[in-house]
Design a protein around this ligand. Sequence first.
Ligand code: SF4
Length: 1024
Amino acid sequence: MSLSRRDFLKYGAGAGGAAVAGGGIDLRPVEAAATSLRIKEAKAVPGVCPYCAVGCAQLIYVKDGKIVDIEGDPDAPHTEGALCPKGSSTYQLSLNERRITKCLYRAPGSDAWEEKPLDWMMAEIAKRVRKTRDETFVESAKVGDKNVPVNRCEGIAWLGSSVLDNEENYLIAKLSRGLGLVNLENSARLCHSATVPALGASFGRGAMTTNLIDVQHADVIMPTSNWAECHPVSYKWVMKAKERGATIIHVDPRFTRTSATADYHVPIRSGTNIVFFGGLIRYAIESKKYFHDYVVAYTNAPLLVDPNFKGPADLDGLFSGFEPGKRAYDQSTWKFQLDADGYPKKDPTLKDPHCVFQLLRRHYARYTPEMVERVCGISKALFLKVADIYCSASGPDKTATASYALQLNQSTNGVQQIRALCMLQLILGNVGRPGGGVVALRGHSNVQGATDFGTLYHMLPGYPAEPLQGPHPTLTEYLERTTPKGGYWVNNPKFVVSLLKAWWGPAATKENDFAYDYLPKREKADAYSHQHFLVGMLQKKVKGFIVMGQNPAVDSPNAKMSRQALRSLEWLVVVDLFETDTAAVWKEPGVDPKASKVEVFFIPGAPAAEKDGSITNTMRLAQWHVKAVEPPGEARSDAAFVVDLGNRVKALYGGTKAKKDRPIVDLVWDYQPQGPKKEPTMELVLKECNGYATDDITDKDGKLLYKKGEPVKTFAALRDDGLTACGNWIYSGIYPEEGKNLALRREKAKGGDYLAHGWGFAWPANRRILYNRASANAAGKPWSEKKKLIWWDAEQKKWVGNDVPDFSPTMAPDAPRAKDGPLKGISGTDAFIMNPHGLGQLFASVLDGVFPEHYEPFESPTKNLLSKVNNNPIAKVYDIGELNKLGTPDKYPYVLTTYRLTEHHAAGMSRHVPWLSELYFGHFAEIGPEMAKELGIQNGDMVTVETPRASIKVRALVTERIKPFVINGKKVYQVGIPWHWGYQGVMKSARGDITNDLVASLGDPTTFIQESKALLCNVRKGVA
Ligand code: SF4
């Protein structure tokens, strides 16, 4: 017997015996009964929630080849069987009348879809790919007096997705680079791209430092986003910490579900986080609450900086080296003073005026509590209260966890906003320790994995840089310029050569620099991001576009312009479950379909429950999901689409002898498609990502280490001589033996192993808390019994404890700096092994400065009170004329911030799911009562919200949750608008105007992430 949801509710009401709890009817016993009936005799298949990056593990119940139920897996250590509304409705991603199960084709200028056979569609798409590639291919470029092979195709863009699996992203990265594509992105660009350089520059890796389960050990937790709403299941660890006595300080412009659980809500004006964090850093230093011994041992605070370096405190908002004409910095003074060995000089007393600590102190001296009050709108009294609480969570016995999401990312200062938070955690000694760390909360299931696997324009899988034609014309020059002299990245050549072997196999030889020339070379660093290629479409430079699992018609900044760009394409391929707003862009309401000549191919895809693959959640935990049922009709996995397309394009180029075609012809592309739908064998892809021996490998005594084809056990086995192939070095160890997939492990947490090392696989090397060497003091002893994690066992001569050491397992605390080898430059106290000096970097060269400095958002109600430099002087402003006009406070007086909701997902997957769509009445804007009164707006009225780019019509939600700020003595109202809506959706409440139409085309200088959390807008009553 199976029960529909309606039957289930009926059953509940008829049972009549449900207990009343909390003023409502407790349906739990009924639910349990209904569920047990439904799943009786069903097979349970491991699944992973495909919505957000908490990565809730699921059990998919299958009976007679059909999914009958999807539940949270009670054994999962990080989620303990819980699912939020989105996860609970995963069932409707598979069983949904709106699923497209046939291939659809829209001819240029047509006003209707036509059904076409899959084979015809794939053949036509392959032909378009070849034609556009051939038309727009740049084979070589003049660099100085040299002709450099660049093998670059600029006419096609490919948008992968952070809801696709790791293996799918890998295949996209491999095929697109094989085709020469430089316009390659995934949704991480728009949500968390600032995370990678910020965390990378601070700690060495662009990933969350800790583990969600460990949050329970924090003494203070500071969420700077709406954690409870956007990543609900993981919030249980915050609540657990609170039960254990932790204090919660919620820093957010709006009062939200997170604020409701917090001890303190700190309302902050959007876009001013650097002032708040800078104020905390100043407070920690001046009140001597920083963790002195940690700072001296594990950060670069003692290192001496070039005396010619000057900062914003000296240069009124700028760092030394600013070149106004170029809108860039010459970084030649941003360096350390070196000793005779070429290592930075240091002053362990932290007193030298040129040491990082003193420069940091001087830099943030201006970030006083009074300045925090004037800029952020946080009262001085509240600031001092929370500063004291947060900074007291430091030292041997205490730790604090800080979290963030898009409020920090989506800014023209995105990287530096996150950097400031990282630096605060470093000076308080809160990284690498239980209850400490920086929690990066991601809204798509596989943001971490899609980033790791390199579907981003600037990097390759595992984080080596995607080469540039100028500085990287040859492999030797590329490796020379991208490999640091110390730290674990000295192994970069092994990772790069192994990647080249994985991609081009026998064609990659020592003699041809392992086919390095085959890799596309970017013309410049400032190009090819999501925003860049949409502008390229508008200008008809980008002609073809493949979109998988993303919805750029809604999620792009300046989305109205972006839809115009999509309609300017020659051809568009959309692979998705539903007819997304992007797929329907040619028939957007108000648009004449005949006016758009874009040719559209829609290929039906499959959700996680219908395919094999791994998803890496926000804490770097890769979990494998198993195909529970066949996708319906012609639908198939995204991997099947990519592999099929690759085979067809390779076949089209089969007879060619042209040099420019060798990268695609020679691309190793054998994934043994199976069955009528040609589904690739995903474990083969996983094995390639893990790495394997390309030939027998022996040690110096001739002892066989690996047989040809055998998976490597760890990245330590990778080589730069071509004897190993590896698609993504950081995932080495996930498939250590033939048939052994560690992402598929589902062992409950047992004994003292609260970090549950038997559940899935966390890169790197199954470490659960990064930089955990810092959980012990310089001598290798735990800082305190309460906060111990790993420590040095002098008898065993190795690091032991509750996690895999993020350090050489046998390097003693008193070991001198290694002169060479895989840990060159690292000594026994260097806890941040990925950084060149093994230290947490308070001083780090990011494009827009070594310390985060506050600049106002480009649309702001005030001038910058910290300096004469109003906005980030090197931020990207896209030059598209009237389409990107910026607003001023005289015409647009309100601060607008965007956000999301538990019940909806990103750009609209949830809008096709009835169970979710019925949970909200429709699109709305939150407005405070005072502002509403001034404008004569009642709760529920329709209002128009406008920026110079667009206007949208939404319902007013008048609520006390939104308060005005007093900024520099002047009252400023704010408006909050969620951004999930679009013109496609299952019911009226699921359809609405597109919030991102309001957002400008601006970018952080390092990552080009947009500024969508701090805009100016006007609000009018009515929609006329
Ligand atoms: S959306 Fe996130 S929190 Fe909700 S069930 Fe899915 S993974 Fe868990």
